[in-house]
Design a protein around this ligand. Structure first.
Ligand SMILES: [Zn+2]
Length: 535
């Protein structure tokens, strides 16, 4: 029974050309399961809007049954982000499917993604269920989801380690029960391109009705093969790829969206498929996700790393000058990598700023531009030359501040240190309620002293695990980015901040994690139970 007039909605089973691959982004669900990467509702909506602008086809916004906070976030994405299909993960149970429906009933385009583990190890140790029971529950789960949703995806969790014959049986029954997409997850990142291709080939050959549904791939990166395996699946006829921005996700992460998409674009000669992704939005989206989650992108990361298009060796530079394609298989502009280093400064006006931001892929509305312009002026007072990287940081931080709702803000900071004296820091913070808090402390160094004061003032105590400073722009007065990782009883958190002053940047990065912890401690968001399983 169908609850909505979806007959004229092309979303559920759009007729697509045979060479069109659906990009299913799970940054907000699987990606968010990276340690320390949890996002609040407004951050999820912000990332979802960026994913829509990027052109993804499906956004998996969360796992509605995992927590009330997750359900609310999916609902907000479904309401506020028009265009892509919005999906929720669900186990094959009435409670989970009802939660997914509650989260998505108002979304114009929605999908329920049900899963059930099928591999021997999961059957025996996690589910304690016989094969027949797994088949029955999978078919029942899909049928139950189809009572509410026209668009239902089924995933046999740990498919890559499931006996082929049994896997084929489960998938066939899921299709029979009404699944419109069948996803074949390599949940633990165990497959090799050749074995994964073999699994897909077997299913295409032995599963009745498989040519009527979309076959999807979902690969984890434990052996560094998530992208390679995904592409091997596409070569065997899969027409949906599940992936995340920057490849974030549990453990070693998921297949990276930008790598999958650019491989298809650059090697169209071999793969012969295309996506709806606006590739020039890849770099800005990567930056946004990195800022929101606090997860750094390694410098040599394919496609979006800082060094992805850098040519240092003189011999390469000579080749580049003679003919770019000597060493460049993609143009940086194709992925939105802003090569230009046009410099703005103190005397640059609002109009120049607006134009430059538009060129960088940030067409801001007037109110948002006003805010960035103010921050720009403040930065220009401290720093002579303002580069693209500086501007990008201002915009993204502004968006996070505007939408993330900080609990504590830095009001004032001073430190004294020197040889033979004990480093002392005094810090003033402002709370969301407008209250001003002030204290001082000593420490092993000025940064340590600052952190001790902030811990005293906020009551949030953490163990610092990592502390790193990198330069985000060039010049003598470059901005430094401080990134830190801390441990708290509720989990691992990452934070970062940018400043021309290292101590101030360190204080702001620390406040960034403190605020993330404060958000986690807020009652609206409970961590997902660990034994729920996922794909
Ligand atoms: Zn996964």
């Amino acid at each position: 029974m169908s609850m909505t007039p979806s007959k004229d909605d092309p979303s559920a089973r759009a007729v697509r050309p045979a060479d069109r691959v659906v990009i299913f982004d799970t940054t907000l669900r699987d990606g968010e399961q990276s340690p320390g990467a949890s996002m609040n509702k407004s951050q999820k909506v912000q990332v979802a809007k960026a994913l829509r602008d990027l052109g993804v086809d499906v956004i998996e916004a969360g796992f509605a049954a995992a927590s009330p906070g997750d359900l609310e976030a999916i609902r907000a994405v479904g309401r506020e982000v028009e265009g892509p299909i919005v999906a929720s993960l669900a186990r094959c149970s009435k409670g989970d499917i009802d939660a997914a429906w509650k989260a998505l009933e108002h979304a114009p385009r929605r999908r329920c993604h049900v899963f059930l583990a099928t591999s021997p190890i999961h059957r025996e140790f996690k589910l304690k269920l016989a094969k027949e029971e797994i088949i029955r529950r999978a078919a029942e789960g899909v049928a139950m989801a189809r009572e509410k949703f026209d668009d239902v995806e089924f995933s046999p969790e740990d498919a890559a380690r499931t006996e082929l014959e049994f896997l084929a049986e489960v998938v066939e029954r899921a299709i029979g029960a009404g699944a419109t997409t069948v996803n074949i997850p390599d949940t633990v990142g165990y497959a090799l391109p050749s074995t994964y291709a073999e699994t897909l080939r077997y299913l295409r050959k032995h599963v009745r009705g498989i040519d009527k549904v979309v076959v999807s791939v979902h690969c984890h990166n434990d052996l560094g093969m998530a992208v390679a395996n995904s592409l091997a699946g596409v070569m065997e006829g899969a027409r949906q790829v599940e992936c995340t921005i920057n490849g974030i996700g549990e453990r070693a992460g998921n297949a990276s969206l930008e790598e999958v998409v650019m491989a298809m674009k650059t090697r169209h000669d071999v793969l012969g498929v295309h996506t709806g992704i606006k590739t020039e939005r890849l770099y800005p989206t990567s930056r946004l996700v990195s800022q929101v989650t606090g997860l750094h992108v390694q410098r040599n990361k394919a496609i979006v790393g800082q060094n992805a298009f850098a040519h240092e060796a003189g011999i390469h530079q000579h080749g580049m000058l003679t003919h770019r394609e000597t060493y460049e298989i993609m143009r940086p502009e194709e992925v939105g990598f802003a090569r230009s280093q046009l410099v703005l400064g103190k005397h640059s006006g609002r109009h120049a700023l607006k134009e430059r931001l538009e060129a960088l892929g940030y067409p801001l509305a007037d109110a948002a531009l006003d805010g960035v312009f103010q921050d720009f002026k403040a930065l220009a007072d401290k720093k002579k030359d303002i580069y693209d990287a500086d501007l990008e940081t201002l915009v993204i931080h502004g968006q996070i501040l505007a939408q993330g709702g900080r609990s504590f803000e830095l009001e004032a900071l001073s430190t004294t240190s020197g040889t033979g004296t004990l480093p002392v820091a005094s810090v003033a913070l402002r709370t969301a309620a407008g209250e001003s808090l002030r204290d001082a402390a000593t420490g092993d160094g000025p940064v340590d002293a600052v952190y001790r004061v902030i811990e005293k003032l906020t009551g949030i105590k953490v163990t610092l695990r990592e502390y790193e400073i990198t330069s985000v722009s060039t010049g003598e007065d470059a901005q430094g980015e401080v990134s830190i990782e801390v441990e708290h009883p509720t989990g691992v958190y990452r934070g970062r901040a940018v400043s021309t002053d290292i101590i101030e940047g360190s204080a702001r990065a620390f406040l960034d994690v403190v605020n993330r912890i404060a958000l986690r401690l807020a009652p609206a968001r409970e961590p997902a139970p660990v034994d729920m399983g996922t794909v």
